[in-house]
Design a protein around this ligand. Structure first.
Ligand code: FAD
Length: 291
């Protein structure tokens, strides 16, 4: 078979998906196809079986349950962007979705497909890491829910193994006095792949940061949390962070946790500097939401 020859499956249930994945040597799931189809056309992948998620309505859910927002893996970026539920509860996720690709890409590309590419520059990762999201993974033998921080291994490697499918993304609704911000930098205003991206969550209790997460994308083999930089935010007040030196110390710590490469979109040094600048800006924007 050449890369354009494969069996195309359009199962109706998750059980059928798992069955096809279990019985194929090298099946691939296709959701929106914005990555898979490009790779097939370029001959970068060779799959005997391609399994579409189009008929699986359970992967299109978007609902609130037990103070969490449940997003089906096959929900598109434009559905995330336009959802009132998401705008009202997870505005930074809506912002992130609205900055992905073009309308054509956002109409077909899905949140699950974005995460499952495992690309270090996938924009949904830093913002979901900042929110402290979890992901649900299903196979014929089990269903597991894991923190998204454990989902990414290295470039294009995720926790999804053979026979497994990402079914849901579960995002806790941030408590009051919590700010979340996602910022990305690309080489043009529209349809731009991130050269660096940052997600920040800051939770204030009695005017003091009690919990914080800083996540970075496109500047390490995989999207990641910056644990040391996040730790530095804990115990600080918005007043402390209005001091440029304090802010810089946190931003420099985040840049120090990046492991960027030189490539056509930017040098490693340039990317580290971007992390510094984006982290500072994202912290200030997150803080502004808590006041
Ligand atoms: C012009 C252009 C611009 C783009 N701009 C951006 C951008 O700004 N930011 C950004 O982050 N990305 C961008 N992308 C990349 C891509 O569009 C997104 O990553 C998109 O969200 C992928 O989703 P999809 O549903 O199309 O995935 P697909 O192409 O269907 O699948 C991608 C990968 O995930 C696997 N997969 C999909 N769904 C599941 C599932 N539920 N369970 C297990 N495995 C699964 C597939 O097997 C495949 O390996 C762009 C792409 C193009 C072509």
């Amino acid at each position: 078979m050449n890369s354009l020859e494969f069996n195309y499956h359009k199962p109706n249930t998750l059980e059928e998906v798992c069955n096809i994945l279990d019985n194929s040597e090298n099946a691939a799931i296709i959701a929106g196809g914005t990555d898979v189809l490009v790779e097939i056309k370029k001959g970068l992948r060779q799959n005997d079986d391609i399994v579409s998620l189009k008929k699986l309505h359970e992967l299109k859910i978007l609902k609130e349950e037990n103070n969490e927002i449940i997003i089906g893996a096959a929900v598109t970026h434009n559905e995330v962007k336009d959802s009132t539920l998401i705008k009202n509860n997870l505005s930074a996720l809506s912002d992130a979705a609205s900055n992905i690709g073009t309308d054509q890409i956002r109409n077909t590309g899905t949140i699950g497909g974005n995460l499952c590419t495992g690309a270090s520059c996938c924009d949904m990762a830093p913002v979901l890491l900042a929110y402290g999201a979890k992901v649900e993974i299903v196979s014929s033998s089990e269903k597991k829910i894991i923190p998204i921080k454990d989902f990414f291994f290295s470039h294009r490697k995720t926790l999804i193994g053979k026979g497994e499918i990402l079914t849901r993304i579960i995002v806790p609704i941030p408590p009051p006095k919590t700010g979340v911000c996602f910022l990305k930098f690309g080489l043009r205003d529209a349809a731009s792949i991130s050269v660096a991206s940052v997600g920040v969550m800051i939770k204030l209790v009695n005017g003091v940061c009690s919990e914080a997460r800083i996540a970075i994308g496109a500047v390490a083999p995989a999207p990641k949390l910056c644990d040391k930089a996040s730790e530095l935010l804990t115990g600080l007040t918005p007043d402390d962070l209005s001091d440029d030196n304090t802010l810089l110390k946190v931003a420099e710590a985040a840049a120090g946790e990046a492991l960027p490469l030189d490539d056509i979109r930017g040098s490693a040094d340039y990317r580290r500097n971007l992390v510094k600048t984006l982290t500072k800006r994202a912290i200030l924007k997150a803080i502004a939401q808590t006041i």
